[in-house]
Design a protein. Structure first.
Length: 755
């Protein structure tokens, strides 16, 4: 519609006022997006159009139809909009559109009435056309939507049937009663059956003994609608008797109202994968050579048994059960490998494994190989310790019969450590450590036997391990020190020397004697640097003594004081023994005559000429060699003539028989007298160790012992204390009385030089 003419004067102002009133009445009944001011501006041209029509000559109501159509176009379509529109036209159009030459009142009302009818007619016509247009649009949209839904449904159905038919995983659909409605070809091939055969089955028929406990519980929850899906690994029986293993996913299909309608099962065949997994698991948990469980599987089983969760690991009434463990090691197996080869060793291990398995065949028993020649047997919930010990006896008996390999009969000996106890008290590592310690205790006792675990022995072994671990750094940290025990010439009680005895000032265990750590040092090879250090310290101290005004020449013949240093078997066989000894003497400025090396009888008896050569070289240089602890080894007197020794040190076991006047074993004195006489005839001196009393000293002196050493004379002491001790000691020709000798603590019964 064309824009309204530009009216002037009162006519324009009146129609603006009419548009304002019209807007105020009609705006609340509109669905327009215009603001109130914008809607008023929109009505003003329509008001002008009605005003012009009211005063037109000749009069025609046709503009009213156009105004009615325009109002519908402005979304004035609410149910009460038209009465509001017509009411304002009736009440205010004539009033606000008057000019100087106004219409007669009756004429004005008649024309206004006809304009109202025209507005209503135009409004109704436009509204009807708009409604028809909207209905047609809705119909077209509905038809298009229905066609789209049908097309989508057809496409979805086609796609589903294609997926259902061609899927490589098995798909099955069942109703809520478990009746199978449809299956695809993949599922039929998995079961080696036709689709028709499967459709005659019910889900409840597919129970397998290996089903996990939660499978059918979750299925019942799904059927009740309490669960929408679940996923499990499930086996099925095939018609041919084989087992089908699947990854099974079951989903619930609901109806339009949310009620359960169908079960949808998706199955993935994992049979080959599972067999491969089982094979890999077997290889990872079993020994390749013997087929026995290996350390990994044994550790898993032991952990479950000790936790009370393994098979047969709980006693009657669910009480915490017991366990038994045998730790077996073949004695001398390395010699078989070294002499006969690893192939024979492997065959021997296989035979041992078979015999052990035959002994431990009960359901609650497990035999495993956990190392080269190490086997274990685990008993879950034994009736008592006797059952575990009996298995050890059976194992030793089974191995007692020689094993025939390549025409040879090999005898097998084994050492067994036994640990038996209640579950939950010890962890796997503690049990194995105790069994290992106990096994080595059986091996140290001669082998081919069993020993049962002992907490005290375990603690000692752990203590030895702790010392062994700490030993390498102890020398660098300066934790070792020397004490010296005087060597007394028995005929006149003069000091002729001192034996250097090494001690360890341990930061945790305190002062340790050599019996605690020398065997460990010998075993680990640390005895070589430790022995070199002892030799250096003792030589330096002997050089200081030689320069001392009192100690420099104690013997009446003016001979210098001598220092005795123990030489371990490993040091004896060290290639640099002679070279190191010479270097130590030169650095200390000490003459060879001031040094005596003590070597144990067991290290020398049976030694060949090559092994004795270093000692001969040292003896030729002037270093004294003493045979220490004589009498504890073979005591083969025929060897004495060929050994480069100048002194015998009688072991304390001989001297103990001299304690009382009426000693229990008079043969000791006879033996010692014979040994002293023989030694003197061979040009050797004799030192008696562990002299603890005056009577012992007098009788030993009486049978000709040259030198005495023991608590009767003095305890081992630091070097500075030796001078003070000598200054306080009597200088007569008789033996020192216990009341006059210096006190360095109480004398224990059976005290040795190493105390």
């Amino acid at each position: 519609m064309s824009s309204a003419p530009q009216l002037k004067g009162t006519a324009a102002d009146g129609l603006r006022r009419f548009a304002t009133i019209w807007s105020r009445a009609v705006y609340p009944a509109t669905a327009t997006s215009m603001t109130r001011a914008e809607f008023e501006d929109h009505l003003y041209p329509l008001a002008v159009r009605l005003g012009e029509a009211l005063h037109s000559h000749p009069f025609t109501p046709a503009p009213g139809r156009e105004v009615g159509e325009a109002l519908v176009g402005a979304h004035c379509t609410a149910p009460d909009a038209l009465p509001q529109i017509l009411g304002v036209v009736e009440s205010y159009l004539v009033l606000y559109s008057s000019e100087k030459t106004s219409l007669p009142v009756e004429e004005g009302r008649a024309r206004c009435s006809r304009l109202q009818h025209a507005v209503a007619a135009g409004f109704a016509k436009a509204l009807r056309e708009r409604t028809r247009s909207e209905q047609e649009a809705l119909s077209r949209a509905a038809l298009a939507a229905q066609a789209a839904v049908e097309e989508a449904l057809h496409t979805s159905e086609t796609r589903f049937r294609t997926v259902f038919k061609d899927a490589t995983i098995g798909i099955g659909i069942a109703d809520m009663d478990g009746r199978i409605r449809d299956v695809n070809g993949a599922l039929a091939r998995m079961f080696n059956a036709s689709e028709e055969e499967l459709r005659r089955r019910n889900v409840s028929e597919w129970v397998h003994p290996s089903d996990a406990p939660e499978v059918w519980r979750m299925h019942r929850e799904l059927v009740r609608g309490a669960r929408d899906h679940f996923r499990v690994e499930k086996p099925y029986h095939r018609p041919d008797g084989t087992v089908l293993w699947t990854n099974l996913t079951v989903s619930l299909l609901r109806g339009a109202e949310g009620e359960p309608r169908y079960q949808l099962a998706l199955m993935e065949d994992i049979t080959e994968r599972r067999l491969l997994h089982l094979r890999l698991r077997y290889e990872a948990t079993h020994d390749e050579l013997t087929g026995l469980p290996n350390r990994t599987l044994f550790a898993e089983r032991l952990e479950r048994v000790l936790a009370g969760t393994g098979p047969a690991s709980r006693g009657e009434g669910g009480r915490s059960g017991r366990f038994g463990l045998l730790y077996l090691d073949i004695d001398g197996f390395k010699a078989v490998n070294d002499s006969l080869g690893h192939a024979v060793g492997d065959q021997l291990l296989v035979s041992v494994a078979e015999r052990l398995q035959s002994c431990a065949a009960a359901p609650n028993q497990l035999v495993a190989r956990i190392g080269g020649d190490e086997f274990v047997a685990l008993i879950s919930n034994p009736t008592g310790r006797e059952e575990v010990v009996e298995l050890a006896r059976q194992a030793l008996a089974a191995l007692a019969t020689p094993i025939a390999i390549d025409g040879r009969e090999l005898s097998v000996r084994a050492s067994i450590g036994i640990v038996e106890g209640r579950n939950g008290k010890l962890g796997p590592a503690e049990v194995l450590r105790s069994a290992d310690i106990t096994m080595y205790r059986a091996k140290d006792a001669g082998g081919n036997r069993y020993e049962t675990a002992d907490p005290v022995s375990d603690a000692q072994a752990i203590d030895r391990h702790s010392l062994t671990t700490h030993l390498p750094g102890a020398l660098e940290r300066g934790e070792f020190f020397l004490e010296y025990q005087p060597l007394i010439r028995m005929k006149d009680s003069r000091l002729i020397g001192a034996e250097a005895l090494v001690r360890w000032r341990h930061p945790v265990h305190g002062r340790l004697g050599p019996d605690r750590f020398i065997p460990l040092a010998e075993h680990t090879g640390l005895i070589v640097p430790l022995g070199r250090w002892v030799l250096e310290q003792a030589a330096r101290q002997a050089a200081d003594w030689c320069a001392h005004p009192v100690l420099g020449a104690c013997a009446e013949d003016g001979a210098p004081i001598r220092v005795n240093v123990n030489l371990s078997p490993r040091q004896l066989h060290h290639p640099d023994l002679v070279q190191d000894t010479v270097a130590v003497l030169e650095r200390a400025g000490l003459t060879p005559a001031s040094l005596c090396l003590e070597v144990t009888e067991s290290a020398l008896i049976g030694a060949d000429e090559d092994e004795l050569k270093p000692l001969r070289q040292l003896a030729e240089m002037g270093v004294d060699i003493a045979l220490d602890d004589f009498g504890t080894g073979y005591s083969n007197l025929a060897y004495l003539s060929r050994l480069p020794v100048r002194a015998l040190k009688l072991d304390g076991t001989f001297v103990r028989g001299f304690r009382t006047e009426r000693h229990e074993n008079p043969a000791d004195e006879t033996i010692v007298a014979a040994l002293v006489q023989l030694a003197h005839e061979l040009g050797l001196t004799v030192t008696a160790e562990c002299v603890e009393g005056q009577e012992q000293a007098e009788r030993l002196r009486g049978i000709g012992c040259d030198t005495g050493q023991g608590y009767y004379y003095a305890r081992p002491m630091p070097a500075p204390s030796l001078s003070a001790w000598l200054a306080r000691a009597p200088r007569d020709d008789g033996p020192r009385r216990p009341r006059t000798r210096p006190s360095f603590g109480p004398t224990p019964t059976g005290g040795r030089k190493t105390a």
